[in-house]
Ligand binder design. Structure first.
Ligand code: OAD
Length: 242
């Protein structure tokens, strides 16, 4: 309780608090995380299913996984963790969310300043002409969805081997440089460059509040306050203290 109260006080008096979120925040919305026993990468080898080369050479195979994920994401709804962060933005406690998630749940919860660091699965992009489509414009039952130009359509998400969208990278860096508090919620912090942000923020004196069901590589090294537990429970408790 002491740690919760301290974290709430830090958030309440922050000048520029931001959140960095990962798959763990959406687990309670029914979307599996990537790592760990129940993780997606237990079932699908990321080098066979989430690398851009794999997609280009074996699109039908990769689309099998993408269709499965799409079904899960279509059903998912924001959980209390997403809703608390959206409320904090409205109440001016939180300035931005950098999310590694592509499930659109922060936006569905009402968050406005969401930096989509790994893209958004509710858009598709043609690998040939670069045209963007809304997910609902495309018949995803085809084994390999194609653009009228003949190019492969791919969810507009960052695969391994691809760059972070430059605008997202710049916006995220600006937010990290400006923040005096960073909430790190539901990420294993194993994937660069997003996992460098807590270190960057810490370097210029920001407080790091981490929420996770398990300690991570950050916990001992950079985290100031570790709040162990499910994102929805911990964020709801914090919200009650603000
Ligand atoms: P991971 O699957 O690596 O980590 C999920 C984290 O969430 C773990 O640390 C879990 O302990 C934690 N967790 C699980 N359930 C939770 C809950 N209910 N409340 C709080 N924490 C919980 O997911 P990410 O860190 O997001 O990239 O993975 C980063 C990137 O790796 C993803 O964006 C994806 C993946 O490869 C791309 O696809 C480019």
């Amino acid at each position: 309780m002491q740690k919760l109260k301290e974290a709430a006080r830090i958030i309440q008096f922050a000048d520029f608090a931001i959140a960095l979120t990962g798959a763990g925040i959406s687990v309670e919305s029914g979307i599996p995380a990537f790592r760990g026993a129940q993780g997606l990468w237990q079932k699908y080898d990321p080098f066979e299913y989430a690398h851009i080369e794999a997609f280009v050479h074996h699109p039908a195979k990769v689309w099998e996984m993408l269709r499965e994920l799409d079904l899960i994401m279509q059903k998912a709804r924001p959980n209390p963790a997403h809703l608390v962060l959206a409320a904090w933005e409205r109440e001016n406690y939180l300035k931005a969310i950098i999310t590694q998630n592509v499930d659109n749940l922060h936006q569905a919860a009402g968050s406005k300043n969401v930096i989509e660091f790994h893209g958004n699965a509710f858009r598709l992009r043609c690998l040939k002409c670069d045209r963007i489509y809304a997910r609902d414009e495309i018949d995803l039952t085809q084994s390999v969805p194609l653009c009228p130009c003949g190019g492969l359509l791919k969810p507009d998400v960052v695969f391994f081997g691809e760059n972070i969208p430059i605008e997202a990278l710049l916006e995220a860096k600006a937010a990290v440089n400006a923040c005096d508090v960073m909430l790190v919620v539901g990420t294993s912090a194993e994937v660069a460059p997003a996992n460098t942000f807590p270190w960057e923020a810490k370097k210029h004196g920001a407080k790091i509040i981490e929420i996770n069901i398990n300690p991570t590589v950050l916990t001992e090294e950079v985290t100031d306050i570790f709040l162990e537990g499910r994102a929805s429970e911990v964020l709801t408790q914090l919200a009650q203290l603000l």
